[in-house]
Ligand binder design. Structure first.
Ligand SMILES: [Zn+2]
Length: 419
């Protein structure tokens, strides 16, 4: 399949170009490409940007969007989210994940990291929507041996079914956090990830309470505790990393571990701090961006996330320079690299994951396309989304979107009735 995009404004070069895509890669970028293509998109008045990687979310939580807002974190989680999640069926997860994939396509994301229940359902939904994902089966055992063993069995079964079966969907491990997974569970995840040569995905040091409890129970702060289990290495991604001290930043740099910044979720749930992103950056820690689930954000819009990431860091560091628009855009596309894909620069030879953004009044004038998108734009401005050379959305329309949304509405109505 080949694709020719005519006459778009390249966001980094700030000039009009044609882009020719073949076999999922950008084959040529030039001023007047004359090649025949299976599909042609006329990009006039549109701006070409790389697609985004949302490196921390819980996709099917789109169903819980707006269900429990304005509550303290533990009340939100223990009294609202967990009880409703316990009633969710495999079908609910399938519908919720489809809604999440639809939202991500509509706002320019073509790769996401998921941590949730029912991997079969998530795998099916992601395959149908034809985007890329790193799927982790959430592991929560609450220090119960039986639950831990059943987590292990489920994880092994899912890996048998899906590991290395798809080019677009990777299976990874998702032990939820140090306060929900036993030492045995964490050790299993470490060993199993090593055996399968895949990634570990965990929440880490989101709140001070988590740090204090971990100290009480293990004598170590969460990063040190995980490190003692061999958990931190260059195929580990940790969400939040808010309550970090300098030693922990250095440890992350030494282990080449990825820290995921989720500023909207952190602010909404009032976790009491800000990820020390700039200190991490200076220490050489790999930093990526993620929205977290739609129950704590409440959307999966990476454009909005970039703006808030930049503003929160500037405010908290009392520095209006860093991180720049280009830096947050880079962290919003960094997830592709760990999947062996080249996406963030829009160059010849890169994987064809890109978006076309409409010229809306907020994108006018366009003095600097990158800062314009980050500070003035939003995900709803995305007109076209291309993933691996496939056009998933054109003219802001995804085939079957009405059905996905109406299924989601029916599903949440039924779920609330089951309570
Ligand atoms: Zn999360």
């Amino acid at each position: 399949m080949s694709l020719l995009v005519k006459n778009v404004l390249h966001c980094f070069e700030n000039k009009l170009v044609d882009v020719f895509v073949e076999n999922g890669k950008i084959n040529e970028i030039g001023s007047e490409i004359k090649k025949e293509a299976d599909k042609v998109i006329y990009g006039k008045e549109k701006i070409l940007y790389p697609a985004f990687s949302n490196m921390h979310t819980h996709a099917a939580m789109t169903l819980l969007r707006g269900y429990a807002d304005d509550l303290p974190l533990m009340v939100w989680l223990q009294e609202k989210i967990w009880p409703l999640e316990s009633k969710m069926t495999e079908e609910d997860i399938y519908i919720g994940t489809k809604l999440a994939c639809l939202e991500m396509i509509k706002t320019g994301t073509t790769l996401f990291t998921d941590m949730y229940w029912y991997v079969d359902a998530a795998y099916q939904a992601v395959s149908e929507l034809n985007i890329r994902a790193m799927l982790s089966a959430v592991m929560i055992d609450m220090f119960d041996k039986k639950r831990q063993k059943s987590n292990e069995k489920r994880t092994i079964d899912w890996f048998d079914k899906y590991h290395n079966k798809s080019e677009k969907i990777k299976m990874i491990l998702g032990p939820h956090a140090v306060y929900t997974v036993s030492e045995e569970g964490l050790k299993f995840a470490v060993e199993f990830a090593k055996e399968k040569d895949t990634w570990l995905n965990i929440h880490l040091s989101e709140t001070l309470k988590e740090v204090e409890n971990c100290l009480k129970q293990t004598g170590k702060r969460p990063p040190e505790y995980l490190d003692s289990l061999g958990f931190l290495h260059d195929k580990t991604m940790c969400a939040h990393c808010v309550w970090f001290n300098l030693d922990e930043i250095k440890l992350f740099a030494k282990r080449n571990t990825v820290a995921i910044h989720s500023p909207v979720s952190n602010m909404k749930l009032a976790v009491g701090g800000v990820m020390p992103r700039e200190k991490m950056k200076r220490a050489g820690v790999r930093i990526m961006l993620g929205t977290d689930g739609a129950a704590s954000n409440n959307n999966l819009d990476m454009v909005e996330e970039m703006k808030i990431a930049s503003l929160l860091q500037k405010w908290s560091n009392n520095s209006s320079n860093e991180p720049s628009a280009a830096e947050v855009l880079s962290s919003a596309t960094a997830g592709f690299e760990i999947n062996g894909l080249k996406v963030g620069k829009l160059q010849v030879g890169d994987n064809a994951d890109f978006i076309l953004v409409n010229r809306h009044p907020v994108m006018t004038p366009l003095n600097n396309p990158v800062s314009n998108l980050v500070y003035a734009g939003n995900g709803a401005l995305v007109d076209t989304t291309v993933c691996a050379g496939n056009v998933l959305m054109e003219n802001s329309y995804v085939e079957g979107e009405e059905q996905i949304m109406s299924d989601a509405i029916k599903t949440i109505e039924k779920l609330l009735m089951r309570q």
